[in-house]
Design a protein around this ligand. Sequence first.
Ligand code: ZN
Length: 466
Amino acid sequence: MRKNLRFYLALLCAKGTAAGLRLLGRKATNMPGSCAIRLCPDFLGRMPRPTRVIGVTGTNGKTSTSNMVEDMLASCGYDFICNGNGSNVDTGVAAALINHSTLLGKPKKDLAVFELDERSAPRILPYLRPDILLITNIFRDSYKRNAHVEFILDILNRYIPDSTRLILNADDLLCAGIRPENPRVYFGIDRQPDDGDTCRNIVQDVRVCPQCGGKLTWDFVRYHHIGRAHCPACGFASPSPKYRVIFTDPARRTMRVELAGVERELPLPNSSTINVYNSLAAVALLSEFGLPAEKLAAAMDKLAVSETRFNEEKVNGRSLVMHLAKGQNPIACSRAFENARDYPGKKSVLLFLDDFYDATHSVESTPWLYDTDFEFLNDENIASITVAGARHWDVFLRLLMAGVPREKIAHSGDTGRAVELTPTDGVDTVFILYDVFNIRFANGVRDQIRERLKALPPKEETAHED
Ligand SMILES: [Zn+2]
């Protein structure tokens, strides 16, 4: 697409907006982009792109993975444009490009790394035409926003350009089947001790062979549709990963990885399964980008262990855990519930899963509660569950259906009562599971619980492994 007068006008306005925002001391991470796209709807198509563009998308893990990729590239001395502090929709991408361009729109850097919202693919991918696109996984997400996995897959299949080289999750047959004609490599994790032969979750979005519709035989199931499978009828099988984790050693914080046929040990910033996938995906991406294995290992070694989704502190010999459980997302919540169940010791669990905007701006549907494994919370080591928020009756009902004894559940529409409803005496850990839009409120509850734990008589710490 050629630059026209309208484009230059939009660029000028966007540049002016960005300068104004900076004068006011505010970040220009989105508004210049939305200004440009409002004035010139195909702005991204007319804006010159850097010589090389890397994209990271997928349902879960795209933020963590792209942060990792950006940190590693920076520590190897690369200078690049990214939307790391901004938004991952079209306006955020446009703002990043505008902020790093000359007055006429020429990019000031040769390389760009963008985290891309999969739902926004039609408005980004045909214009941005990434050279490499990493897709972490494809899961159910908010039904209101993403409908169902087939809808997202259709978008990606339609709008990923033919020339884009794909890096796909071999353990996710939905992800692995995207754009079969495009050049591609896969990453995956070999069978690990915790993996099973059958699915332990309610939702498993791959049931039959994608090729012939026959019944799949699972070689192992990790969670939901993540695992490896083959079809006895037609010979279809999960693809072989070029990048694979053979095993992890959490104590030494390392993972044994095969990179394009060569085995080596790499540092592992965090050993939870989702983080192993994110680290492996980053390694695969940067390896395909051209970083040699030695540089990769050195860059991973320098990665800070940052975990914003899980935070654990010790108070008076007890644990206080904050765990993100993305509301409306049955997969993210099921994973969080399983983590809460597996955390050692007796626990009180607080659930703040409501869409913060539910009551004021939108009408949320509740079917996702029935696709989420609340059954994981029906466990003898979970002593109490507190539910607070507008949807407390829905969650209460769902917990009863999961078999949680009525006397273990306290619930209220008044979030201010959450702390008083939660028993802190007699438990080893208080686990706060919160939706991302409730973080402020969840932090407030955490502070109050911390004070209550401090007031309790000190408890001898129980030794346990992470
Ligand atoms: Zn088949």
